[in-house]
Design a protein around this ligand. Structure first.
Ligand code: HEM
Ligand SMILES: *[C@@H]1O[C@H](CO)[C@@H](O)[C@H](O)[C@H]1NC(C)=O
Ligand SMILES: *[C@@H]1O[C@H](CO)[C@@H](O)[C@H](O)[C@H]1NC(C)=O
Ligand SMILES: *[C@@H]1O[C@H](CO)[C@@H](O)[C@H](O)[C@H]1NC(C)=O
Ligand SMILES: *[C@@H]1O[C@H](CO)[C@@H](O)[C@H](O)[C@H]1NC(C)=O
Ligand SMILES: *[C@@H]1O[C@H](CO)[C@@H](O)[C@H](O)[C@H]1NC(C)=O
Length: 311
C-alpha cells in the first residue's frame, strides 16, 4: 500500500507521541505552579532565609528532610506525618531529623499566598534547594502530591545506617533508582550540618565499625560533618575523606573501603579536586532524588496541614 504524504506525517507524529509518552521519567516540571501559585518560590525562599538567619544549622536539617522523605514511599511528604506509625519514630529519624516547625511555618506562608494548591512534598523539595545557598542553584521540579500514609517500616529499611557497608549503601540507593554517582554526589550534602556523637563515636574505639553505639554517651553532643567549613556548601567534605577525616563510617568508606576501589573512590577524588564537577553532579543527583516515585495527577492529596492527612 502506498502512503500519502499526509499519512506519513500522521504516522511520524504518532511515533513521536508514543516515544515521548514512554520516555517521560515523571510529570514534574519547573512551572507547575506558574498560574496557581506564582509567588511560591519567592515565599518559600523568604521563609527558609528567615529560618536559617535564626539558626544556621536549619539549612542542613531542611536538606536532610527531603532526602528522608524521598527514600520512603517516594517524595510524598510522608516524613512529615505525625502519628503512632510515623516515620519520625523510626530509628534513623528519632531524635535526629528536625525542622518540622519550620516546615509548618513555610506551609502557613504558602497557604496564605495561595490556599490548597501546593503540596508539602513540593515544599520540602523547594526548601532543600533553597538550603544549599552558597552552593549550586538549580530549577527545582515540582508537581508532587502528598501521600496519605506514613511508612515507619519503610523508614527503618530504606534509610542507610551510618554503620552500613558501602555495598549496602549502594544497594539501598539502587533500590531508589539512584546510581553510584548519585551515592557520592548526594553524600556530599554532609558538607553542612551536624551529627550526634552516637552516630560515629564507636569508630573512635573500633575503626572496623558496625559496633553498636556506646549508650553511655551524651546524646546531645554533636560534631560537624565537615570540620573544615560546617556552614559552607563546598567540596571540603571530599577533601576530608582523602585525608581520612570523614566523620561517619559511611562517609569514610566512600574513599577507604575495599569496595570503593572499583566504585566510589575515583569519584571522591574527582570531587575533591573539582568543586564545579561536584556542584554539577550534585544538582543532577538532587533532581534524580526528587524524582523518586512522586505522586502526580490525581493520586494522593494536597495536605492542608503537613502533619496530618485531610479529613
Ligand atoms: C549513606 C547515606 C547517608 C547516611 C548513612 C547518612 C547518615 C547521617 C547521619 C547519621 C547524620 C547525623 C544524624 C544525627 O546526628 O542524628 C546525618 C546528617 C545529615 N545528613 Fe546524612 N546520611 C546519608 C546521606 C545523606 C544524603 C543523601 C543527604 C542529602 C542529600 C544527607 C544530608 C544530611 C545533612 C544535611 C545532615 C545534617 C543535618 C543537621 O545538621 O540537622 N545525608 N546523616
Ligand atoms: C513501606 O515501605 C516498604 C519498603 O519500601 C514497602 O515495601 C511497603 O510496601 C511500604 N508500605 C506501605 C504501606 O506503603
Ligand atoms: C549515573 O546517572 C547519571 C545520570 O543521572 C549519569 O550521568 C552517570 O554517568 C551515571 N553514573 C554511573 C556510575 O553509571
Ligand atoms: C570491631 O568491630 C567488628 C565488627 O563489629 C568486630 O568484628 C571486632 O571484633 C571489633 N573489634 C574490637 C577490637 O572490638
Ligand atoms: C580548611 O581547608 C583549607 C585548605 O583546604 C585550609 O587552609 C584551612 O586551614 C582549613 N581550615 C580548617 C578549620 O581546618
Ligand atoms: C575523574 O576525572 C578523570 C579526569 O578528568 C576522568 O577521566 C574520569 O572519568 C573521572 N572519573 C569519574 C569516576 O568521574
Amino acid at each position: 500500500m502506498k502512503e500519502s504524504k499526509g499519512q506519513k506525517s500522521v504516522i511520524l507524529l504518532l511515533t513521536l507521541l508514543v516515544f515521548f509518552t514512554v520516555n517521560v521519567k515523571s510529570q514534574l516540571t519547573a512551572n507547575f505552579y506558574a498560574t496557581t501559585c506564582p509567588n511560591l518560590f519567592h515565599v518559600v525562599r523568604k521563609q527558609v532565609q528567615l529560618a536559617v538567619m535564626n539558626e544556621m544549622r536549619m539549612a542542613a536539617s531542611l536538606l536532610r528532610l527531603h532526602f528522608h522523605d524521598c527514600f520512603v514511599n517516594g517524595c510524598d511528604g510522608s516524613v512529615l506525618l505525625d502519628g503512632d506509625d510515623s516515620e519520625k519514630s523510626a530509628a534513623p529519624n528519632l531524635n535526629s531529623i528536625r525542622g518540622f516547625d519550620v516546615v509548618d511555618k513555610i506551609k502557613t506562608a504558602v497557604e496564605s499566598s495561595c490556599s490548597g494548591v501546593v503540596s508539602c512534598a513540593d515544599i520540602l523539595a523547594i526548601a532543600a534547594r533553597d538550603s544549599i545557598s552558597g552552593g549550586p542553584s538549580y530549577r527545582v521540579l515540582v508537581g508532587r502530591r502528598d501521600g496519605t500514609v506514613a511508612n515507619r517500616t519503610g523508614a527503618n529499611t530504606n534509610l542507610p545506617s551510618p554503620f552500613a557497608s558501602l555495598d549496602t549503601v549502594i544497594s539501598l540507593f539502587g533500590d531508589q533508582g539512584l546510581n553510584i554517582t548519585d551515592v557520592v554526589a548526594l553524600q556530599g550534602a554532609h558538607t553542612i550540618g551536624l551529627a550526634r556523637c552516637t552516630t560515629f563515636s564507636s569508630r573512635l574505639f573500633n575503626f572496623s565499625g558496625s559496633g553498636a553505639p556506646d549508650s553511655t554517651i551524651d546524646n546531645s553532643l554533636t560534631a560537624a560533618l565537615d570540620q573544615n567549613s560546617t556552614d559552607l556548601f563546598d567540596n571540603h567534605y571530599f577533601k576530608n575523606l582523602i585525608n581520612n577525616k570523614g566523620i561517619l563510617l559511611t562517609d569514610q568508606e566512600l574513599h577507604s573501603s575495599d569496595s570503593a576501589k572499583s566504585t566510589t573512590k575515583s569519584i571522591v577524588e574527582n570531587y575533591s579536586n573539582n568543586q564545579r564537577l561536584f556542584f554539577k553532579d550534585f544538582i543532577n543527583s538532587m533532581i534524580n532524588m526528587g524524582n523518586v516515585k512522586p505522586l502526580t495527577g490525581s493520586s494522593g492529596q494536597i495536605r492542608k496541614n503537613c502533619r496530618v492527612i485531610n479529613s
